[in-house]
Design a protein around this ligand. Structure first.
Ligand code: FE
Ligand code: CA
Length: 516
């Protein structure tokens, strides 16, 4: 069949797509095609992510031990895929091949292009007579479309030893338009003495260590179910590398050189196991994962990275009273390049809801020590007050419509009104923050803790606080945002039911949360 430029345009495929497709087929042509594999190569299931109106990334990873002699030759391996509009695959919409690269641990990232906007697709992988489980995915709405509604869930912090990933199985059942994961997808270390299952090894340092840890986590069938249920948008927090690291600075005696070497392995492993759209999975110790996702006119989402570029935590980290370093105006959480990009995006966006998907709590969390001095957590935005002020001033100056902040990291649920001046309770509400609890980190947790009443009275901009496990389900229309806080009574036993503990809404044009 002869293709010319017009044929491609008529089919809605542009030349960038064509170029990508030809690069891909060239790499697939060089890949070894296996007639047979030994066992199930799709041991970690399937995943998809970073949806755009016309494309989505689909992912899988092949079990090395099923590949036979190919392994010793270190060659790319061809994997076939099929796309359908129903889970039964009664009609195959498209099929083709992609390459699993040995240098990326035989993971496959295929940026499927030329898809229709706002549409559900099903995909599966095939190699040597073996077929993967089926994944459901969904493209983003067209750039200029205003969908009636959009439903997504967000989650974070899944320490494997602390509990079962039951909440992720509940997320899978929701068949979301999108699942956002805000980091601490794996943990590099163990703590706690009530662990329900164990890591396979102690702390990780090398690429192979991190790969083994992702393999362990992704062997969890609840996690696989959540990946197969919807496209994901992922970012990382600290534990994908090392607890509370800041750029090249560790909290212990590792040198910057040691931490950067470690970071390169950790970042590559993150890429290998995540359905993420990046130009390359091997970028060394620097890997830009901050990126935008747009969902029609309804929502613009910036996926942020508050670990890789930040200044070291002030005052030796932890919950501390202020010190000179804390007040230093040159300190940054986002880094200059990401901040410029974010500010431009927030300035230019015409979306109804402008969502910053990030890691650490933005709302002030004031606590007082025994002599009544103010204390702040130096790892969260409280530790970078100047940059928070700068961001809030920008949101106000740019008249960014309906800014929403999504947060993980802190293993508890919070709803915060983000004030222009946290020292003045009556100051203007600039944005609304929804902080989601952990999937499992910290074990079962509890509804409230002994410090709750004092914390809430010291911080009246905090509208809700809860320490159970679960996730947050968000439903948005052009008039209303609703966040449902879904919790489980126990994660130390499998199979507990999920329930909605509280619901909060934000009206478009009126920042700040109200209990529904
Ligand atoms: Fe965490
Ligand atoms: Ca964290």
């Amino acid at each position: 069949m002869a293709f010319n430029r017009r044929t491609f345009l008529r089919q809605g495929i542009n030349f960038t797509t064509l170029l990508a497709a030809s690069t891909l087929s060239a790499s697939v042509l060089g890949a070894t095609r296996l007639a047979k594999v030994s066992g199930n190569p799709f041991y970690l299931g399937v995943a998809s992510g970073d949806p755009r109106p016309d494309s989505v990334v689909i992912w899988t990873r092949l079990a090395r031990e099923t590949l036979g002699n190919t392994l010793s030759r270190n060659e790319p391996v061809a994997v076939d895929y099929e796309i359908a509009e129903s889970a039964s695959f009664s009609t195959v919409y498209r099929k083709g091949s992609a390459a699993a690269l040995p240098e990326l641990g035989y993971s496959v990232h295929l940026d499927l292009q030329g898809l229709s906007p706002g549409k559900e697709y099903y995909y599966r992988w095939m190699i040597g007579g073996e077929v993967s489980s089926v994944g459901r995915t969904k493209t983003a709405p067209a750039i200029d479309a205003t969908p009636e509604s959009f439903r997504f869930g967000f989650a974070s912090c899944q320490q494997y030893e602390h509990g079962y990933f039951t909440a992720l199985d509940h997320m899978a059942k929701e068949k979301f338009d999108l699942i956002v994961h805000l980091g601490d997808y794996i943990y590099e270390e163990s703590w706690g003495d009530e662990n329900v299952r164990l890591h396979d090894a102690p702390e990780m340092y090398t690429l192979d260590d991190y790969r083994a840890r992702y393999e362990l986590y992704k062997s969890d069938t609840d996690l696989q179910a959540a990946h197969a249920s919807a496209p994901w948008a992922v970012t990382w927090d600290d534990h994908e590398v090392d607890d509370n690291y800041a750029n090249d600075i560790a909290i212990d005696e590792q040198t910057p050189e040691q931490l950067l070497t470690r970071r390169a392995g950790a970042y590559q492993a993150f890429y290998e196991f995540m359905p993420i759209r990046l130009p390359s999975g091997r970028q060394g110790a620097s890997m830009q994962i901050y990126r935008p996702l747009q969902f029609g006119t309804l929502m613009d989402m910036t996926i942020l990275d508050t670990r890789q570029y930040r200044s070291d935590q002030a005052c030796r980290d932890g919950m501390k009273t202020s010190c000179d370093q804390h007040r230093d105006l040159s300190r940054t959480l986002l880094g200059e390049a990401q901040k410029d990009w974010l500010f431009r995006r927030l300035h230019n966006s015409e979306a109804t809801w402008n969502v910053m998907a990030q890691q650490v709590m933005m709302g002030r969390l004031l606590r007082r020590d025994e002599i009544d001095e103010e204390m702040y957590l130096m790892d969260i935005w409280d530790g970078y007050p100047h940059e928070r002020d700068e961001l809030l001033a920008r949101l106000k100056a740019a008249e960014t419509t309906n800014p929403i902040v999504l947060t993980g990291d802190i293993h508890s649920n919070w709803v915060n009104n983000i004030l222009s001046d946290f020292s003045d309770d009556s100051s203007e509400v600039i944005a609304t923050e929804f902080v989601g609890t952990s999937i499992s980190s910290g074990g079962d947790g509890s509804d409230v803790s002994s410090t709750t009443a004092q914390t809430l009275s010291d911080n009246p901009h905090i509208k809700f606080y809860n320490r159970q496990r679960g996730y947050v389900s968000c439903n948005l229309t052009k008039d209303l945002w609703q966040s449902d806080y879904k919790v489980l009574d126990k994660v130390t036993e499998p199979g507990h039911p999920i329930r909605t503990r509280a619901s909060f809404v934000v009206e478009a044009g009126n920042p700040g949360a109200f209990e529904a």
